[in-house]
Design a protein around this ligand. Structure first.
Ligand code: G3P
Ligand code: CA
Length: 238
């Protein structure tokens, strides 16, 4: 079996509204092994699946996630792509975990910028424990303090170090965080650093791959364990 992970970035987001059940269902149907998604806290402290700190770009509403209750967030239609007409609601993270079950792994990205979601690590750790989903998840973040906090609260949760530019002190940061995986932006990949990570048993998942040539090169590199894509058709042979 091919162990190279097909990771659906925000679900099958090239064709369906990102971070929604529609994009998640289509990702599984197209063969994704893992779904990457983003989480924020609503005004009433619920973990909701959305990329931006505001709902304006992806829904027909307006406002900051942190200023809207879950009931208010649920009123809006997040079907901004209209690939299929109809209402597409915002999912909560507990809904997604319940839906995922044993069908697909999740990469949950904690969004802590530009708005800080105070206490999100504790809420996420509690949810993962309640739902017993810990062994099917990687928690990643650009906010490395959030990753350290996750480790402190729930040592068994696998964390992924997200970054979007080349590090000088890469090895120090990886060691300090004790991460399961590193998630470089596809153009911030430094082969030497990633070979070093690989030699220490750390998984490597670049994002977002947008063409077959890059995908092929990462597959052949020997130090990449899977890639995130918006368009899952890239994984098909033709
Ligand atoms: O997790 C990889 C990638 O999703 C990070 O960037 O802005 O798409 O959340 P962004
Ligand atoms: Ca993300």
């Amino acid at each position: 079996m091919d162990s190279f992970l097909k990771i659906a970035h925000r679900g099958y987001s090239a064709r369906y509204p990102e971070n929604t059940f529609l994009a998640f269902e289509k990702a599984i149907a197209t063969g994704a092994d893992m779904i990457e998604l983003d989480v924020h806290l609503s005004q009433d402290g619920r973990l909701v699946v959305i990329h931006d700190e505001r709902i304006d770009r992806t829904s027909n509403g307006t406002g900051a996630v942190a200023d809207l209750s879950l009931a208010e967030l649920k009123r809006y239609n997040y079907n901004n792509r209209m690939a299929e007409p109809g209402f597409v609601g915002i999912p909560t993270l507990d809904e997604v975990i319940g839906w995922a079950g044993n069908r697909v792994m999740l990469n949950i990205e904690i969004k802590n910028g530009p708005v800080r979601n105070e206490g999100i690590e504790r809420k996420l750790a509690d949810l993962l424990q309640e739902t017993r989903f810990t062994d099917r998840v990687i928690v990643s973040s650009f906010d490395h303090y959030a990753l350290a906090e996750m480790k402190r609260i729930a040592g068994s949760v696998r964390t992924g170090m997200l970054y979007d530019s080349v590090w000088i002190r890469f090895a120090d940061e990886v060691r300090a965080l004790g991460v399961f995986s590193v998630h470089p932006r596809a153009d911030a990949v430094k082969a030497g650093q990633l070979r070093w990570a690989k030699s220490r048993g750390i998984q490597v998942y670049p994002w977002v791959v947008k063409d077959r040539e890059t995908l092929k090169a990462f597959r052949a590199s020997g130090y990449v364990d899977g890639v995130m894509v918006n368009d899952l058709a890239l994984f098909s042979e033709h």
